[in-house]
Design a protein around this ligand. Structure first.
Ligand code: IFM
Length: 445
């Protein structure tokens, strides 16, 4: 199979449905010398944290190759490009803007606009300036206010150039992986820290969203959350309860305060010392209405009851998996969207990330990634099914435009629909990328 095929009457085949590709600053930019250090520079420099010992100093060298990359994006025929702004590239420690960094993004945004490619900008995709981490990072309430100030200054500098702003990408990862599990930067490991960081991130989101709505009222302003739906291993009520608890902890924790103005009920189950400090009025700030919700989906997790932790993940040994070990289970994509729709008053949804790491090989100038193509085919059908069940979804972004720095996995895992040779920096559109391009183009006939 070399093509993506959807029923002709699918919403995804309509021309006003937005198809795009996504990246993030630290994962592709490189040129670390022209910005301040961030927590991921420090984490990468700590032995044992990144699987291949690599870092983001060069990455895909995008800061130097951005013009070629814009041409590459154009050649895919996409409607939109989702990128993130590196906070340490555009701001100095004294809170003033770094004009050279700002100008880098302005020329990029202008080039995209000239090609009629919509710009979906995320303000925080995990690269916290190190000086802020040195003052406590997301454990310090003040960081939320620094973020709102950054959102204010950068949205004024970008005036009129951005079609959509997302405040944060995946606050679950920044808080849980970074401050509770310790497997992402800054590598801190304590339950109370994870909960506190999550609250401050959500507060930062709410404060910044209000600013964005004021400074950029014509943009779609919202938030990007990742969801890993939780399934019970059996119908045993203990397993069902375990999956529900896990869902609260990993998924609902981030959406419910934003859409309903309250944490999930299982908040009450936290030990007193793990409960985050919450000030009066915080939840009203956090639940500032969204113009859109970005949903990132990759996989599901299956849980069983566990006396010690309440829930324990089950390794689905025989299930099909991607190269990063994540189960391929497209039905969870449909289930997720339908259940969010049933549970919440959703704003319009954009799928801001979906994709797969595969063990790609560049042979004779070709990357025949039919496994990734099959993943996209199955997930677009799953999305179509959710839309037919009443979920309003207005766009879809493939993660990622190109192979890049995959966080704790370094450069070992490739998520791109474009292959990157990290020695020559040559880009090669994979079979999945060609199929994505052809599908997008087929809608225009
Ligand atoms: O590469 C990441 C991205 O930065 C955030 N969402 C998940 C992707 C794959 O792990």
């Amino acid at each position: 199979m070399k093509t993506i095929q959807l029923p002709k009457d699918s919403r995804l085949c309509q021309r006003d449905f937005i198809f795009g590709v996504a990246t993030a600053s630290f994962q592709i930019e490189g040129s670390a010398e022209s910005r301040l250090p961030c927590i991921w520079d420090t984490f990468c420099a700590t032995p044992g944290k990144i699987r291949d010992g690599s870092n983001g100093l060069v990455a895909c060298d995008h800061v130097n190759r951005w013009q070629d990359d814009v041409q590459l994006i154009q050649s895919l025929g996409v409607d939109a490009y989702r990128l993130s702004i590196s906070w340490p590239r555009v701001m100095y420690q004294d809170g003033s803007l770094n004009q050279a960094g700002v100008d880098f993004y302005i020329q990029l945004l202008d080039a995209l606009k000239a090609l009629k490619i919509k710009t979906f900008v995320t303000l925080y995709h995990w690269d916290l300036p190190q000086y802020i981490e040195d003052q406590g990072g997301w454990l310090n309430r003040q960081t939320a206010y620094l973020f709102a100030d950054y959102a204010d200054k950068i949205s004024r500098a970008f005036a009129g150039r951005v079609d959509s702003y997302a405040t944060l990408n995946e606050p679950f990862c920044s808080s849980y992986l970074g401050y509770e599990a310790g497997i992402h930067a800054p590598g801190k490991q304590q339950k109370a820290w994870g909960r506190q960081a999550a609250h401050h991130l959500l507060l930062a989101h709410g404060l910044a969203l209000k600013v964005l709505k004021k400074n950029s009222p014509d943009s779609l302003n919202g938030l990007v959350l990742n969801f890993t739906p939780c399934y019970a291993q059996t119908e045993d009520p203990a397993d069902v309860a375990a999956a529900q608890l896990a869902d609260d902890y990993f998924n609902q924790w981030y959406i419910k305060p934003v859409l309903d103005g309250e944490y999930p009920q299982s908040f009450a189950l936290l030990n007193e010392q793990d409960k985050p400090g919450i000030e009066p009025g915080d939840l009203a700030i956090i639940s500032e209405p969204l113009d859109f919700l970005g949903v990132n989906f990759y996989t599901r997790t299956v849980y069983q009851a566990c006396a010690e932790h309440g829930f324990a993940p089950v390794d689905m040994v025989d299930a099909p998996k991607t190269d990063i070990g994540w189960e391929i289970y497209p039905q969870a994509f449909t289930d997720l969207l339908v259940s969010l729709h049933q549970q919440y008053q959703l704003p319009p949804v954009y799928i801001t990330e979906n994709g797969a790491a595969m063990d790609d090989k560049l042979i004779g100038g070709v990357v025949n990634d039919e496994d990734r193509l099959a993943y996209y085919q199955a997930h677009l059908l799953a999305l179509d099914s959710a839309i037919r069940q009443g979920v309003r979804v207005d766009g879809y972004f493939a993660w990622s435009l190109m192979d890049n720095f995959e966080w704790a996995e370094g450069y070992l895992k490739r998520f791109g629909i474009v292959y990157v040779d990290y020695v020559t920096q040559q880009r090669t559109i994979k079979t999945s990328g060609l199929a994505y391009r052809d599908f997008i183009q087929s809608r225009r006939r």
